[in-house]
Design a protein around this ligand. Structure first.
Ligand code: BGC
Length: 252
């Protein structure tokens, strides 16, 4: 275990989770703590929960904190929101957390955080080429990492295919809502991943999100040009990626 530790927080539609992370190994140094996402998930309510996580772990003042959040984030600002409360649009996330908790956080899109963690410690560890990490959950998140560098805010879950936002029919939530079999679900994912491949030509696909626990039910059905593998870090990837990026930001 190294002595460099940062704290990662992952804001999701159903839970807000946090844990301290060893930056050398990517391991959690204490069990993850989860608080249910308040409904409605307004800025004030979510920032309050972030404060509760910081208090729960009694984080020392100087510890870097990374915050993974389910929207594109431009210089700390939420410009657009798909699946949390719409009152987030126009809010500066860094300022809101500083006002509510007195802490400075490094913010990152949730898929970017998860993707970064998979390349640092997981299924694509040390990959020298272009990796597309796809998180299938309430929405579809996409992280693009090429030669270890992250291209942030690749909102390709909202690629329009046949006139429809891809995440509305190919996310894990669509499978639950429409009670699709894994075979049907794989057919949709085949269409979606083929389109992503046609546009980006990644060397590797990594599939994460809750549904990746059942990867054996649908990944073998997909026929794609590059290899496609399940994520390794699963439900801690957002925490780990956010912590690592916060640790890097603190070094600058
Ligand atoms: C959001 C992305 C997010 C993804 C996964 C999408 O609806 O637009 O920013 O990464 O869901 O949470």
């Amino acid at each position: 275990m190294g002595d460099k530790i940062a704290f990662g927080i992952d804001v999701g539609g159903s839970g807000i989770k946090g844990a301290p992370v060893d930056l050398e190994t990517g391991d959690l140094t204490a069990p993850r703590f989860k608080i249910a996402t308040p409904q409605p998930a307004t800025p004030q309510a979510v920032v309050e929960v972030i404060g509760q996580l910081i208090d729960h772990f009694a984080l020392p003042d100087g510890m870097p904190i990374g915050l993974s959040f389910p929207s594109p984030i431009v210089r700390g600002r939420i410009e657009w929101m798909a699946n949390l409360d719409q009152s987030w649009v126009g809010v500066n996330l860094v300022d809101a957390v500083a006002d509510g908790t007195g802490r400075t956080v490094t913010t990152v899109n949730d898929a970017d955080a998860a993707g970064y963690a998979e390349v640092a410690f997981g299924a694509a560890k040390g990959h020298p080429g272009t990796v597309a990490v796809m998180t299938l959950g309430t929405g579809i998140g996409v992280a693009l990492i090429s030669a270890g560098q992250l291209w942030p805010n690749a909102e390709l879950g909202h690629l329009v295919i046949n006139g429809r936002d891809a995440e509305t029919w190919a996310a894990a939530s669509a499978r639950e809502r429409e009670q699709l079999s894994y075979v049907k679900c794989a057919r949709r994912l085949q269409r979606y991943f083929t389109e992503i491949d046609r546009l980006l030509w990644p060397d590797l696909f990594v599939v994460g999100g809750g549904i990746s626990r059942k990867h054996d039910k649908f990944l073998p059905l997909l026929k794609l040009r590059p290899p496609i593998v399940p994520a390794v870090l699963r439900n801690t990837a957002g925490i780990v990626g956010a912590a690592v990026l916060a640790g890097k930001a603190a070094e600058r």
